[in-house]
Design a protein around this ligand. Structure first.
Ligand code: A2P
Length: 334
């Protein structure tokens, strides 16, 4: 691949920093790197491959001469600036939810639907973190036995809500342990020692009672898998884990799969690691997944309440496969 001029929009955020790290670790052929953020970051510098790079203020003119831009600066910023980038011939890989359900924008997890990348018209969307790790595991099961219905409950880490949310979890944990009243600014209730069934914490629930995150999981799964017939329902919950999302997933298939057949299929699947040995208490755990590229699956068992359904536990690093790594993998395939 010839070296590319790459931009990271939202470079000072948690995901933006991970994007830079992944570009460096995977030795993406970067000719030069442009770092973009808001006015607040004027004067800041960041390091890439030992080189100090100034953070520039994102503007409509930021993308002249840029080949690929990785965006993780929020939906509003992406809605405003992605079309400017695309107009200047730059391909945007956007981590926000702004474009995901746009019929002209491919929504891509390379292990599942890399073929959709070629359909892009300047913008490619990176799916929701919880959806990415789930579909990496669902796709090989769907190919083998056709999935009819998915019931998922998530246990999502605080890093998914950004740097300020991580600081809030730390401060609240200390406060509660020291007998002080925890202060809330990012989350509506304390996240320390608690589980919050509202993601994102700032969004209102839909009229049908679903949260935004739950609707993303329902709709994005169908688009990525290219199959509207799959029925999906989700309950998404923020838990006081710093990083790594966990999911309890029930999968009903048209053709019955035994737990052993599912393990065999998944052990050969790209990007998936089966960690499932109950005799050794081996199952996926969020802290063990942090820093890893793969999605881990375990506790695979046949649902005793249904003739052809499986239960499983899926864990991945939400900032890596759930965000930065998936975006860089899309850029690599471009
Ligand atoms: P900044 O640091 O200048 O505010 P996180 O999700 O971890 O909070 O990160 C959000 C990222 O998006 C940060 O890099 C932030 O930059 C960037 N960002 C937010 N709003 C804008 C904006 N209006 N223009 C450019 N970058 C933005």
């Amino acid at each position: 691949m010839t070296p590319k001029v790459v931009a990271v929009a939202g470079a000072t955020g948690l995901v933006g920093r991970q994007m830079m790290q992944v570009l460096e670790e995977r030795n993406f052929p970067v000719k030069s790197l442009k770092l973009l953020a808001s006015e607040r970051s004027k004067g800041k510098t960041l390091t890439f491959k030992g080189e100090t790079i100034p953070v520039e203020v994102l503007s409509e003119d930021s993308f002249k001469g840029v080949d690929v831009a990785l965006f993780s600066a929020g939906g509003g910023t992406s809605k405003k600036y992605s079309p400017c980038a695309a107009k200047d011939g730059c391909v945007v890989v956007d981590n926000s939810s702004a474009w995901r359900m746009d019929p002209n924008v491919p929504l891509v997890v390379p292990e599942v639907n890399a073929h959709d990348i070629a359909k892009h018209q300047g913008i490619i969307a990176n799916p929701n973190c919880s959806t990415i790790q789930m579909v990496v595991v669902l796709k090989p099961l769907h190919d083998a036995a056709k999935i009819k219905r998915v019931v998922v409950s998530t246990y999502q880490a605080v890093s998914g809500a950004g740097i300020k949310a991580l600081d809030e979890l730390k401060a609240q944990t200390l406060a509660i342990l020291e007998g002080r009243e925890p202060e809330c600014s990012v989350f509506p209730y304390p996240i320390a020692f608690n589980c919050l069934p509202q993601i994102p914490q700032s969004d209102a629930f839909a009229d049908n009672g679903y949260s935004t995150e739950e609707l993303k999981m329902v709709n994005e799964t169908k688009k990525i898998m290219g199959d509207d017939s799959i029925r999906v329902t989700a309950t998404t919950v923020r838990v006081p884990v710093f990083s790594g999302h966990s999911e309890s997933v029930n999968v009903e298939t048209e053709k019955k799969l035994t737990a052993q057949q599912a393990r065999e299929i998944l052990s050969k699947a790209e990007g998936v690691v089966v960690q499932d040995d109950l005799s050794k208490q081996l199952y996926p755990l969020a802290p063990n997944a942090v820093g890893k590229s793969e999605t881990f699956v375990g506790r695979i068992r046949e649902d005793v309440s249904h003739p052809s359904a499986l239960d499983m536990w899926i864990v991945s690093d939400n900032l890596l496969k759930g965000a930065a790594l998936n975006a860089v993998q899309i850029a690599e395939r471009l």
